[in-house]
Design a protein around this ligand. Structure first.
Ligand code: GCU
Length: 435
């Protein structure tokens, strides 16, 4: 097996898109105008995106086992936690920002419970209330729990369109967020195979990601950061308070809620996320060691895909068009990703030795499947250093083939940027063999 670091930069590559054409974050809070301006920037970015593998470049990656400041390599697993902390601090400072602190009080109430799937599972709705200095923040959790010899493992995943959009069940209330309430009931039910997962003995707990951070440039004052900061500290310019860290915070509050349920095994809680939430799932488990592992579905740029490759989405796009996802410190690095003291293999290595499955799709070249595979392959170094297996092969797997060890997994399936039945089947296989 090839364990050598990636070959030095030898291939030419296209420069990343240039920033000077871009719009600035508005001061006046006019969301429509900002979005209209950004769509022009996006047209520019799309027309400058590289999809030519021979032009993606192969810049050398920072060595996971070397101190990012001194360049000194560690030699003993006992030295990993201190080095890991340095990597984590860089990821936090440059890309994702710090997670909010714990609230003073956290409370869970059952809103509703009933049998589903011919009595083989329970549907339970929970309301989570976070309280801090007299302010409250609430989230509604939709749980599907198989009736099995307990305790069962659970997949915890935020959703994009509201709980009501994940299922056709008329008893699941429509999201209180106007932007999500507009989504028809069951609009994304195809992405949530609750029956399959329950039949396999796995619970699922979900909640709308808006409940922790409404996903737009003006979302900060309504996000979970409002528990800790006044509205004037939560403007579009306050990029230190990122959506990705707010969602990661949400994942961990859901994890705590799940861990307290009598039917759930607290040692078997898996963070699952698609796309921007796939990025979040990786950041979540980097921060919180109580997770069993993560499944990062089509996470792409700022997730599992390397930033040093110029292929598909560039970090510059996330930094500019989706500025509330990452910190303002990201900008100089987005223009020059080769200067980052880490790359996304570092994010993947933060999970080690816990298992992580990274998935991609053939028609999702924007998320750079090859860049995701190379990051997984490079992250093996941390697993092996800790005495755990990396991937069973260093070759790119054939389409539709799940390459996995108990610690790492990768596949690219046919189809588009989505969560499919095949993704859930592979997720279950990965979780099953990693337990
Ligand atoms: C955009 C964005 C990606 C992100 C995706 C998603 O395409 O550029 O970085 O992963 O949205 O979350 O759906």
């Amino acid at each position: 097996m090839d364990t050598s670091p990636m070959t030095p930069f030898t291939t030419p590559f296209l420069p990343w898109p240039k920033k000077q054409h871009y719009q600035e974050i508005p001061e006046d809070g006019n969301l429509e105008r900002y979005q209209e301006a950004l769509s022009k920037d996006l047209d520019y970015i799309f027309s400058h995106t590289n999809y030519e593998e021979s032009l993606a470049g192969n810049l050398p990656l920072p060595d996971l086992l070397k101190d990012p400041e001194t360049g000194i390599a560690i030699t003993e697993p006992s030295q990993w936690p201190a080095l890991r902390q340095k990597h984590l601090a860089n990821l936090e400072r440059i890309l994702y920002g710090a997670l909010p602190p714990l609230p003073q009080k956290q409370q869970v109430e059952v809103l509703q419970e009933k049998e589903v799937f011919q009595g083989t599972a329970l549907l339970r709705l929970l309301r989570l209330t976070l309280e801090n200095q007299g302010k409250i923040h609430q989230a509604t959790l939709l749980c599907y729990i198989p009736r099995r010899p307990y305790p069962v493992p659970a997949i915890i995943a935020l959703n994009f369109q509201g709980n009501h959009a994940c299922t056709q069940d008329p008893d699941v209330p429509v999201s209180p967020w106007p932007q999500l309430a507009a989504n028809p009931r069951g609009a994304q039910a195809n992405r949530w195979d609750f029956r399959l997962l329950c039949d396999a003995g796995c619970a699922v707990i979900t909640c709308a990601y808006y409940d922790f951070y409404p996903d737009h440039v003006l979302g900060r004052p309504q996000s979970v950061y409002q528990l800790f900061h006044a509205p004037q500290e939560l403007t579009p310019k306050n990029r230190e308070f990122t959506a990705i860290s707010a969602w990661a915070y949400g994942y961990s509050r859901l994890r705590e809620t799940a861990a307290a349920l009598p039917e759930i095994d607290p040692a078997q809680l898996w963070a699952h996320g698609h796309s921007r939430l796939g990025k979040t799932a990786l950041w979540t488990i980097a921060h919180d060691d109580q997770w069993a592992g993560a499944i990062s579905n089509c996470s792409g740029c700022g997730g599992a895909a390397l930033s040093r490759r110029n292929y598909g989405e560039a970090l510059e796009c996330v930094d500019h068009v989706l500025s509330w996802w990452t910190t303002g410190n990201c900008r100089p690095y987005a223009e020059h990703p080769e200067t980052l003291p880490f790359d996304q293999h570092t994010l993947l290595a933060m999970a080690a030795p816990r298992p992580v499955l990274v998935t991609s799709a053939k028609e999702d070249q924007w998320a750079d499947p090859m860049g995701q595979f190379l990051a997984v392959r490079e992250a093996q170094k941390a697993y092996r250093f800790l005495g755990k297996p990396g991937l069973p092969s260093s070759e790119y797997p054939p389409l539709g083939t799940l390459l996995m060890s108990p610690c790492q997994g990768y596949y690219e399936r046919y189809g588009i940027h989505d969560v499919t039945n095949e993704d859930w089947q592979n997720t279950l296989r990965f979780i099953h063999q990693s337990r």
